[in-house]
Design a protein around this ligand. Structure first.
Ligand SMILES: *[C@@H]1O[C@H](CO)[C@@H](O)[C@H](O)[C@H]1NC(C)=O
Ligand SMILES: *[C@@H]1O[C@H](CO)[C@@H](O)[C@H](O)[C@H]1NC(C)=O
Ligand SMILES: *[C@@H]1O[C@H](CO)[C@@H](O)[C@H](O)[C@H]1NC(C)=O
Ligand SMILES: *[C@@H]1O[C@H](CO)[C@@H](O)[C@H](O)[C@H]1NC(C)=O
Ligand SMILES: *[C@@H]1O[C@H](CO)[C@@H](O)[C@H](O)[C@H]1NC(C)=O
Ligand SMILES: CC(=O)N[C@H]1CO[C@H](CO)[C@@H](O)[C@@H]1O
Length: 912
């Protein structure tokens, strides 16, 4: 029914003008069609393919935009960063009422360009204003070969590919991008067609014609989907598109229109074939319906109905055994152990993939593997990135190893460190036992063509240099339905064995559908959100599909969709939020539903909610359990090679170990006792009752030159340095003003609890106001003054009540001048508040002692001085902070400090 409104107005127009203009238009179309879209002898759509490869066209030119396009684009404006002027490096972009100066050096402007027609994954909204061919004075249309140390095997034409090759950092990555682009240009990479083993009848009868039917504008025969394919319509194209969208019937009408539907048209609407007498734009030898007449075809697939899961198992059924596939990242060791503990049963299996860069988690979890036979860690480890193709390779590899493990499991359930069960183990086992052999995935539940665009499935992405590069448009293979949705799944063993043939080395054991999908999804954004769904829908497993991923996810799109992955992928994506106690009703609401897990949980954000869920499932902890409200998470360990340690954290920790051992000497009653600090072993964040309570620095130390080192631990908490200069209605509401790094827009906090900053950190100012009852907005400017007293940046911020917590990231030049910086908040022409932060000089570079040469270079501020001209009007607001030339002289002297002198300087600054 959906297209009715669209067609109404067209009907009126068409009715009046039909006899006058219709035949003229038609003959022009026929002429153009003959001229530009020849069909070659074997019926290959060469013209169509060529168009797609030129990097321009979607297969659907006019999609039914007004069905839900209005809603989506409105949502886009609310939630997404809209980059409007890609060529201006110092452009101000409105991001939720916050004006941030865009930190894009001129030669990186391409990265904004490729973000401009972004869509976003899962509830991700497209911007389809492909600005094509617009020359902006920059050479974008040809590759600058002189920058490459290889010669591409073909002439690369696609603009997006050229942009990606120029933006990639390493030559190896540039070459990979070029190689893949050439393979695609030569049509050697992607399969054109894939087999479908989920037919409506015993055999696959794609394209069977049902004849010509009469259609009505108020009651459409095929009402599932509609597209106006101005130049490409033909029965074949329309059938393929409807099949891809999952409809059993396709129909062409009025030359350019393609309809898809789930119901067979009634025989009472049947007309003689001669009533369908308009020619197809893609092939004038074929009929594409007529004026309210439609040629209807079968697509070859059946109407899709997912399985309804059984509630309870029959008596006597053997309980299923579950393999939990844990794919872990980060350092939340205690939470991982808690998750394993709550799921643990001797009949279940735990196969753990720790990201290749996370030495700490891997090392600590090896202990579990050694003690428990049903826990195993993957040795083949991948370094995956958000949305990256490597994620799917990692999953398939882990699944293959689980199949070969000798463990007799029936289901794989995929979990991460931020998942937690909301039902007991027994409930989960009972439910899966009743549904043995079924596969649980969650579908997007929207229109397929729109999903394809939003998800970027119609684009090629190439992963290298830890980035997903978008290199151009592509056409998905015909013959299969596309499906996707959540990437949390519960899969049965037979289906896992089927999809794992993708990583089978023996060619003759590969399934051609899985192999083809594997090729496509090697170059797909967020592959795990579609690969398993699509394989399930088109294989002989299609009747095991249950549209439920057993998970409840805490989406808060206003917070979670901030385009926060721009630095790793040429796309905008969303992330769910962490659960907090205020979300309890949502968790409680899962009780009578077939939901077994929830996400996300993160104890550094909130542990109380995890306690609450666990006690809900398994009863209260006994009173004598200590530290139930405490949480510790390692942020540094000396044995980690990867990820490389942050030099400013290491410097701070070493300095704290010196300061603490010095204070121990002072309080010792034996005067001769001397503690010599050695290496820092570990730094741990400590949280209690969901408040950060400081960090623990554990280090080696020797007493009075003793040979055996002992270990000492010191507990430190960063101080706040905010002060209110002038009491105004605005500052009365100011709750905090601090500078840190790693601001998480989704959780609205800085993940750098210790606030350590060094010359290469990217500081952000985080401000928090109490929410006011009457809505008001303020324009505020933050002035950034460096340790030499120089005003280096003014950030304009528009504060709205709706955003009581927010941040601003200034445009500063690296290396930052070490020392005490200050930030002044200016409102209505006066400084009203003030805060300070420390940029520590470095004692280490890449974990090694800094050299005198390095210190001299890194500690003297940016090589290129700041332009001061446009800030002079602010200067007069700064109270006279003493003799600036004296400060500058001091900074120059500091930059030359080295050895013990450098350590003294560092300790002096850090002690504050
Ligand atoms: C474009 O490239 C040509 C040579 O490849 C060069 O001469 C010209 O200056 C470039 N134009 C711009 C705007 O960079
Ligand atoms: C790209 O292709 C060339 C020639 O086929 C090959 O030698 C090279 O190893 C490939 N490079 C990458 C990074 O794939
Ligand atoms: C590949 O699999 C086939 C069928 O199972 C088998 O006959 C063949 O020997 C295998 N080849 C290799 C190299 O393992
Ligand atoms: C803040 O500045 C904007 C322009 O940047 C202006 O439109 C707005 O009226 C100002 N608001 C206040 C409260 O001064
Ligand atoms: C760094 O310098 C200290 C002395 O300040 C020395 O004990 C240590 O061995 C040096 N470390 C390295 C890796 O050179
Ligand atoms: C299909 C699948 O296994 N998906 C997910 C498993 O868990 C990780 C998170 O750890 C997801 O990112 C995968 O996509």
């Amino acid at each position: 029914m959906a297209p009715t409104r669209t067609l109404d107005s067209r009907w009126v127009r068409r009715y009046r003008a039909f006899f006058i203009v219709g035949s003229v238009i038609l003959s022009i179309q026929v002429f153009l069609a003959y001229k530009y879209f020849p069909i070659d002898a074997d019926g290959n759509e060469s013209a169509q393919d060529h168009r797609d490869l030129s990097g321009r066209g979607l297969n659907v030119e006019v999609v039914n935009e007004d069905l839900n396009g209005g809603v989506s684009s409105r949502r886009f404006k609310e939630n997404y960063l809209v980059v409007d002027d890609e060529d201006s490096p110092s452009n101000s972009n409105p991001v939720n009422g916050l004006y941030v100066r865009n930190k894009v050096p001129p030669d990186k402007s391409d990265s904004l360009l490729s973000n401009r027609n972004n869509a976003v994954a899962a509830e991700k909204v497209p911007k389809l204003n492909n600005k094509d061919g617009g020359s902006t004075g920059v050479n974008r249309t040809s590759l600058r070969l002189e920058e490459l140390d290889f010669v591409p095997t073909c002439d690369i034409l696609a603009k997006e590919a050229i942009s990606a090759i120029h933006r990639a950092k390493t030559q190896l990555c540039k070459q990979k991008l070029a190689n893949i682009t050439c393979l695609i240009q030569q049509r050697q990479l992607y399969p054109h067609h894939l087999p479908n083993s989920c037919p409506s009848q015993d055999v696959f009868t794609a394209g069977k014609s049902l004849g010509c039917y009469k259609d009505e504008k108020t009651f459409r025969l095929l009402s599932g989907y509609y597209a106006n394919l101005k130049t490409t319509n033909s029965p074949k194209h329309c059938i393929n598109m409807c099949l891809q969208s999952g409809f059993p019937y396709a129909g062409v009408q009025y030359s350019t229109e393609c309809f898809c539907g789930n119901e067979e048209p009634p025989s009472t609407s049947r007309l003689p074939d001669s009533s369908c007498n308009m020619k197809c734009p893609a092939d004038p030898r074929e009929a594409c319906g007529g004026y309210f007449t439609i040629n209807v075809y079968e697509t070859g697939i059946a109407k899709f109905t997912p399985q309804v899961p059984r509630e309870v198992a029959g008596s006597g059924e053997q309980p299923v055994r579950i393999a939990f596939l844990l794919t872990l990242n980060g350092r939340a060791l205690r939470q991982v152990r808690r998750l394993i503990k709550v799921l643990f049963h001797r009949d279940h299996f735990f196969y753990i993939h720790v990201d290749a860069r996370q030495d700490y988690l891997f090392r600590e979890l090896l202990v579990l593997e050694r003690t428990l036979p049903n826990i195993r860690l993957a040795r083949r480890r991948f370094a995956t990135i958000w949305g990256g193709a490597s994620l799917l390779q990692m999953l398939l590899s882990s699944m293959k190893e689980l199949l070969d493990s000798g463990w007799e499991w029936d289901f794989i359930i995929n979990l991460s460190e931020s998942d937690f069960p909301v039902k007991t183990n027994n409930q989960l086992v009972d439910f899966l036992t009743a549904n043995k052999g079924r596969n649980f995935v969650k579908s997007h539940g929207r229109e397929v063509q729109r999903f394809i665009q939003k998800q970027g499935l119609d684009k090629t992405f190439v992963e290298c240099d830890a980035h997903m590069w978008r290199t151009g448009d592509r056409r998905l293979p015909w013959g299969i339905q596309m499906d996707g949705g959540s990437d949390w799944v519960a899969l049965s063993r037979p289906f896992v064995a089927y999809v794992a043939t993708a990583v089978e080395e023996n060619k003759s054991q590969k399934d051609s559908l899985v192999e083809g999908l594997n090729t496509i999804f090697k170059h797909t954004l967020l592959p795990a959100e579609s690969f398993f769904h699509t394989a399930l829908r088109n294989s002989h497993f299609c009747d095991t599909y249950v549209d439920n991923n057993l998970h409840v996810t805490n989406w808060k799109r206003r917070l979670g969709c901030k385009c926060q992955y721009k630095h790793v992928v040429d796309w905008c994506g969303c992330s769910p939020n962490d659960f907090k106690p205020e979300d309890w009703p949502r968790l409680q609401g899962t009780e009578n539903r077939q939901l077994f897990f929830a996400r996300k949980f993160e104890p550094v954000i909130n542990q109380a909610i995890i306690d609450q869920v666990e006690e809900w499932l398994y009863g209260s902890y006994p009173d004598n359990v200590l530290n139930l409200k405490s949480y510790w998470q390692s942020i540094y360990h000396y044995a980690d090679l990867s990820p490389p340690p942050d030099d400013s954290l290491l410097t701070l920790a070493a300095s704290l170990s010196r300061l603490s051992s010095k204070s121990l000497v002072l309080t010792s009653d034996s005067g001769s006792c001397l503690i010599q600090p050695g290496k820092v072993i570990e730094v741990t964040s400590y949280h209690n009752n969901d408040n950060y309570k400081g960090s623990l620095v554990r280090y080696e130390a020797t007493l009075n030159g003793d040979a055996d080192p002992m270990q000492l631990e010191t507990w430190v908490q960063p101080q706040q340095h905010m002060s209110i200069v002038k009491i105004t209605p605005l500052t009365e509401r100011l709750k905090s003003l601090l500078v840190s790094s790693d601001y998480d827009q989704k959780e609205q906090m800085s993940r750098n609890f210790l606030h350590y900053l060094g010359p290469f950190s990217e500081p952000s100012l985080v401000y928090q106001f109490s929410v006011n009852s009457q809505p008001s907005t303020y324009n505020v400017t933050f002035l950034w003054v460096d340790p030499a007293g120089l005003l280096v940046e003014a950030s304009d911020v528009h504060i709205e009540d709706a955003h009581a917590i927010n941040y601003v990231k200034p445009l500063l030049r690296e290396p930052l001048l070490p020392g005490v910086w200050s930030v002044k908040m200016v409102h209505e022409g006066a400084v009203v508040a003030h805060t300070e932060f420390l940029v520590t000089p470095l004692e280490f570079i890449s974990g090694a002692n800094i050299t005198q040469h390095q210190a001299g270079f890194l500690h003297s501020g940016p090589a290129q001085p700041y332009p001061i001209n446009d800030l002079t009007e602010w200067e007069k607001l700064l109270e006279n902070t003493g003799d600036r030339s004296a400060l500058q002289r001091k900074a120059m002297v500091n930059a030359r400090r080295f050895g013990l002198d450098l350590k003294d300087w560092i300790d002096n600054l850090n002690s504050r």
